[in-house]
Design a protein around this ligand. Structure first.
Ligand code: VG1
Ligand code: CO
Length: 536
């Protein structure tokens, strides 16, 4: 086959963020933008002496992934890849299913064409997650090296053949995007028990947000578990996700949230664009993702896969401390990592943990190296079917036993970048320990620097943590997944033991903490009368 080298010039905006490289779709469509990033990613793996014999390509179905596929295939073969495994002819599969394929077929790496929860389409975002042979996202050492390579790249390698020929090369194999994943889920959870829960007349609603999880959800919930077909909504994957912002939270998945708050079903749930996030809802009850992680940990023994127990658990540091209390009861370790699933990979690889999660609607385990929305949903269904309790009962019981962490995460999205960066820089520098703000006394402020306990890799400046003397915790950081301006995220929590207060609405309970954050971070002072665009 004719390999050719195509001259190219570096772009200055190819730094991977929290979960891969994300940019406006139109930027990704600029000549050579995609090619440069793909080549740089391969260059780094080749330079470190890694094998690149087998490579997986998958995606969440967003535009124009399917058009990018032949370009990527040509580049992979031209760079020495011997077998390309494409997950689904249409390139629609949840990220966890793609992670599973990488592991199951012992691939050396992969590309996931997704910008996850970011809106899609020509006026939305596109992205590439770079995956390693463990089925997890490239660690920071690798993404930093890729970024360095994008700054000096001079050519990329491709094949001198048509797109059609590329798609039909003998080296290219198309895999069923649904079966392997559905089988994996069936091997981990008690499908008979869940089927019994449906058979008993319990009602369900799953919102696929017009993205990648619809077909898998129909196979698992309807075909294998007996849910009614009409309970799975927005399940046809659309290249622009029908214009919705596919982020399963009360702000962006408002219709299913409202439906469940009005008592629409016994159990409701939704997944994000690439299927690695989930939202859990009971009848008239919303489960905070941090509480959800604690619940999964508490009830892990009911799940066949976790019958032998947990080796340890991990949460990202902005996630609430609810899981810590459960881990203490179980006598297992809790690790706290920076934001981003890639930081869990080494702990999972070393078997220090086998369950983990983030406040951003993501939980997962050691069977793959990505978070997994449907995993979390099946975990909950497994718990409900085995305990016979409702979602509300499960959560309230935990609060009654352990106390409740009142927790809130909120973001100012798409704000002025220099201002946002200045706010964080100023907070890093100021000395506020012992100071009084909005009725609170600051006990301690620190910058969160992380050292991976397995690899020793250091990741500095992962956010700012503040404790007050009354036990309130504040975490603040800039988002690494946005593509326009900057997004400042705040995470606040306060522990309560008094049961009579458990039913106070979170926003009321934490009202004074929101004020404290505004005062010390000078949000209104910088942005005027601004309201958070998303609040959970
Ligand atoms: C966000 C979340 C983070 C998550 C990341 C990728 O990152 O906060 O917890 O791992 O998205 O999720 P950031 O930098 O915007 O806060 V996904 O579902 O977009 O791959
Ligand atoms: Co996602």
């Amino acid at each position: 086959m004719n390999i050719k080298e195509v001259a190219t010039k570096p772009f200055d905006n190819q730094k991977p963020g929290t979960g891969g490289l994300r940019q406006r779709t139109k930027i990704f469509m600029e000549p050579n933008f995609l090619e440069n990033f793909i080549q740089a990613s391969l260059n780094v793996r080749i330079a470190s002496g890694d094998k690149i014999d087998t490579w997986v390509v998958g995606g969440d179905g967003r535009y124009p992934g399917i058009e990018f596929l032949p370009k990527i295939i040509k580049m992979l073969i031209a760079n020495g890849v011997k077998k390309v495994l494409v997950v689904g002819r249409e390139l629609v599969a949840p990220t966890p299913a793609i992670s599973n394929v990488i592991r199951k077929y012992k691939a050396d790496g992969g590309f996931i064409l997704s910008a996850s929860h970011n809106p899609a389409g020509i006026n939305g975002d596109f992205g590439v997650k770079v995956e390693m042979s463990n089925g997890g996202q490239a660690p920071e050492a690798v993404t930093n090296a890729i970024y360095e390579d994008t700054k000096k790249i001079a050519f990329y390698k491709t094949l001198d053949i048509s797109d059609d020929e590329a798609l039909n090369l003998a080296e290219v194999e198309y895999l069923d995007p649904i079966k392997d994943y559905a089988d994996l889920m069936q091997s981990m959870f008690d499908f008979d028990a869940i089927k019994g829960w449906f058979d008993a007349g319990n009602t369900f609603r799953f919102d696929a947000m017009n993205a990648s999880t619809g077909p898998v959800a129909v196979e698992i919930f309807v075909n294998r578990l007996g849910a009614k077909r009409e309970w799975i909504i927005n399940d046809k994957p659309l290249p622009d996700f029908g214009g919705v912002h596919p982020e399963p939270n009360p702000t962006y998945a408002k219709s299913i949230y409202d439906f469940m708050m009005e008592g629409g079903a016994d159990f409701g749930c939704a997944c994000d664009g690439d299927g690695d996030r989930n939202m859990i809802l009971g009848r008239g009850f919303y489960v905070k993702p941090s509480d959800s992680l604690a619940i999964l940990t508490k009830y892990h023994k009911l799940i066949p896969y976790y019958r032998d127990g947990l080796t340890g658990v991990a949460r990202s540091i902005p996630t609430s401390s609810a899981v810590d209390l459960i881990a203490k009861d179980l006598g297992i370790d809790v690790y706290t990592t920076p934001t981003g699933w890639k930081f869990f990979a080494s702990l999972l690889d070393a078997n220090k943990i086998n369950l983990c999660g983030e406040e951003s609607f993501g939980q997962g385990g050691n069977y793959i190296r990505e978070k997994d929305g449907i995993f979390a949903i099946l975990f909950w269904l497994n718990i409900l079917s085995k305990t016979g309790k409702t979602v509300r009962e499960i959560v309230e019981e935990m609060w009654n036993e352990n106390g409740r962490y009142f927790y809130s995460q909120y973001s100012y999205e798409g704000v002025d970048k220099p201002k946002a960066e200045a706010i964080i820089e100023r907070m890093k520098a100021v000395d506020i320990d012992g100071g009084n703000f909005a009725g609170f006394t600051i006990k301690k402020k620190e910058v969160f620097n992380y050292v991976d306990p397995v690899s020793g890799e250091e990741s500095k400046n992962q956010g700012i943590q503040i404790f007050t003397t009354d036990g309130t915790r504040i975490f603040a950081r800039l988002s690494g997944t946005g593509t326009v301006g900057a997004t400042i995220r705040f995470y606040i929590e306060k522990f309560e033991k008094d049961k009579s207060k458990f039913n106070v609405p979170v926003m009321d309970y934490l009202a004074d903490v929101y004020k404290l954050v505004d005062e010390i971070f000078e949000i209104s002072k910088n942005f005027g009368d601004i309201k958070p665009s998303a609040i959970n």
